[in-house]
Write a protein that binds this ligand. Structure first.
Ligand code: GS8
Length: 253
């Protein structure tokens, strides 16, 4: 009985889980597959903001997953094989057995529902009120925040860096004004609650992480955060999460 542990459900499985030789890892893979537990797959490059949303969800819940690289530089995201998974020819795509999904926020919700645990439930499905507040701030992220910070990031970073183009400063300026107004709402909200949906970290907070992680390196964006102490403290708490540390620090050269 010395190999028995609290998390394993059978003695045999326990034996397998606690052995690490290549042979037993193959056995473990066989056990996982025959029990319908094959790792889920995310089809994406290492760096793409929408894809990082999905990866963060998987990291937060501690799920096993495989990232299948999609080389956007060679247009692999437009290949028939990828378009069969994401009909818009975008990343990410996701697969769990026969289920194929696209749209990072929908994939994130699926991952968080599938792998939720009593101590890790970023959707608070057992509370009607809390899950409704998470939905509110997820909508705000997609409809207000992303629509302001996204064009700033695209113009100030992606266009010059990856397309050799020139930043449209007018678009940047207009969206900095929009972002400032959105962050004023966040500042008021975060002066009342530690996180957006309440005093608990949720998918609503997580969903802001990917684009902000890169865009906050733009000085005008950083200045908007610095000028709002509650927003800044919220951002620092998101940055300090162990899952966030898995996100590549910078864009590829
Ligand atoms: C957006 C996906 C997207 O724009 C989602 O999954 O959340 N609403 C979708 N993906 C970009 C990469 S940035 O993460 C993409 O695939 N761009 C290439 C293209 O549109 O051709």
């Amino acid at each position: 009985m010395k190999n028995w542990c609290n998390v394993c459900t059978s003695y045999k499985l326990n034996m397998i889980l606690h052995e690490t030789s290549p042979h037993t890892l193959i056995v473990l893979e066989f056990v996982r597959k025959s029990a319908g537990m094959a790792a889920v797959k995310v089809f994406c490059p290492a760096i793409s903001t929408a894809s990082i949303r999905v990866i963060l969800c998987l990291e937060e819940v501690g799920a096993e997953y495989e990232r299948v690289n999609i080389d956007m530089a060679t247009g692999e995201h437009k290949s028939p094989a990828h378009v069969a998974k994401n009909p818009f020819g975008q990343v990410p795509a996701f697969q769990d057995g026969d289920l194929v999904l696209f749209e990072s926020r929908a994939i994130g919700r699926y991952v968080l529902r599938k792998f939720k645990a009593s101590d890790v439930d970023l959707l608070h499905g057992s509370s009607l009120e809390e899950s409704a507040m998470i939905d509110v701030w997820l909508e705000v992220e997609a409809q207000q925040y992303d629509k302001a910070i996204g064009p700033i990031f695209y113009q100030a970073v992606i266009i010059p860096r990856f397309y050799g183009g020139t930043t449209d400063e007018k678009v940047v300026e207009e969206n900095l004004v929009k972002l400032a107004k959105v962050l004023d709402v966040y500042e008021a909200r975060l002066s009342q609650t530690k996180y957006l949906a309440g005093d608990f970290f949720s998918f609503a907070d997580l969903s802001h992480y990917p684009v902000t992680h890169f865009a906050i390196k733009i000085p005008q964006v950083a200045a908007l955060f610095d000028a709002r102490p509650h927003v800044k403290a919220w951002w620092e708490s998101l940055e300090s999460r162990p899952a966030s540390k898995k996100v590549p620090a910078g864009l590829p050269q």
